[in-house]
Design a protein around this ligand. Sequence first.
Ligand code: FUB
Ligand code: ZN
Length: 639
Amino acid sequence: MNKVELRDRFFNRYKGLIRTEMIPYQWKVLNDEIDITIERERNDDSIPNEKSHVIENFRIAAGRKKGNHYGWVFQDSDLYKWLEAAAYTLREKMDEELKCLADDVVDLISEAQEENGYLDTYFTIEEPDQKYKRLWESHELYCAGHFIEAAVAYYEAVGNQKVLKTACKLADHIDSVFGDEDGKIHGYDGHEEVEIGLMRLYRLTQNERYLKLARYFLFVRGTDCDAMNSKHLPLAYYQAHLPVLEQDTAEGHAVRLVYLCTAMADAACETGDEKLLSACRRLWKSIVNRRMYITGGIGSTVSGEAFTLDYDLPNDTMYCETCASVGLVFFAYRMLMTEEKGEYGDVMERVLYNTVLGGVALDGKHFFYVNPLEVVPGKSSKDPLKSHVKCVRPQWLGCACCPPNLARLLASVEQYVFVQKKNKLFVNLFVECKGSFEIEDGILEIELKTGYPWDGCVEIKLNYSGTASVCLGIRVPSWSDTFDAEINHESTAFETKDGFIYINQVFKEDTIHLKLDMGAKRWYAHPMVENDLGKFAVTRGPFVYCLEEADNGKNLHLLSVEKQEPFEYEFEETLLGGVGIITASGWKAEADQEEEGLYRKSDSAVKKVKTKIKWIPYYSWANRGENEMRVWVREDNLC
Ligand code: FUB
Ligand code: ZN
């Protein structure tokens, strides 16, 4: 863990929400204490939606209560992610009440753990004889991975020994059951995650067995093993169609793929495995150059919550699960740890400020599972093929993987600002914070001051106690067409490489100023993205913008803007918690719905009226009730 203290106005609002709203609220939901509507993630009557029952499942598995398991087979992980978010919150500021609750959760989890280290409430309660027998769907190791991640975070935050002991006991148990050796199960989980947990446990304990086991799970995937003889699921769904080193394209379930990539990058970083790193690079390119939405969403179809084909990016039927974007942030950060390339930071920022933040309502208590780029409320509610596309964030979901995932990422956002590699320090995000790093023979204190994400001026103050030369790399976002940088108020020709500017010197007390280009910009998709052809999207700084019915009226598809039309920007303090809005003059085509006849031979009769068009940041949409939204807007070359 980096020592970084967040002081950022924008993200501190989220941190406050996590502490005061999300964590207490999510606890109440997981503990069935609150009367809310739990929505199914799509129209499918088999999806559980009566209650969460997560904590109750643990009580039953621990023998404190009698009863049956209820809910998805993998939902122990909801509690683990909650614990991880609580850990980051406590690390930032101690709160005895929350710590007591989290300590009790640790006690409960360790009671639910079986003597030999096995931990999974579903199989302990319902099908003990089926343990590890349905690996492609059982999620036992997926849940284990989430527990291990939470345990590492909680141990690091408050020093709770029991949580670490429980996690090591679980990891040791898994290690005794899985592996290459005769007599062990040769297999892996259908949902990647245990690999990430094991890598974190390895980093904390330096126990080589955990690294070895993580690598085992990575490399056995896609090889022929008896334990993985599912007749039901296509292998690519869980990235098992090929050994990972041979995978070139992002296939299958999007969350799984990015969790796999995160662990691959982790292992590559830790071991210097060049082949593994090359596979990470190929999968990265496949995602970000051909299969990612401008908002940083991934997963083009509800069917299998999955990637489809290159450039297949429909805006209104897509999936773009919040968890997939959370996972893409993890992957991007691991790539930044391995390679000094600003593009990883660019994507990390895009995903974080758009799809991740869009996953939660401004009140911290409503969440999107699926993050569309275009909705028309009537269509989503009538069309069963769009039943997953909600127009407002539900209070909770039958499958509640996203809300606590988002909470654990936002609760630790300051961890993504810097990467340290020996005597090099990289600044990846522009978030007000103060960090402290041991570099060579001294401590480098670094403080970022900025009005980002609304303002592009960043001041970086450094104070180094050592005598060695330190290399500071500062990411210059690729969206910034120009930038100015100076050190101690003097302009210098900074070395620039792969999206970073570099300053290499013996720092004392120094100040760097960076000014980014915060103009609103138009973006066009690759012409192969058929859904976006003839349309543009607007960005400003890290934000992607969208139109909402609340500002522009119904039928957003009738709006168009001429190519040369300039944008105006204004910060509206009272709108949506304070957002920068963009306006431009545009056209609205008239569409008389009284008119007879659906088709016509000429469109010359379509009249347009001048109108002012208003964009809001994508993350802030759907906070004013059900209404239309769209990111891609028609460009009008004819008027
Ligand atoms: O399977 C566990 C989680 O539930 C996945 O990551 C999500 O996509 C949802 O299917
Ligand atoms: Zn999710």
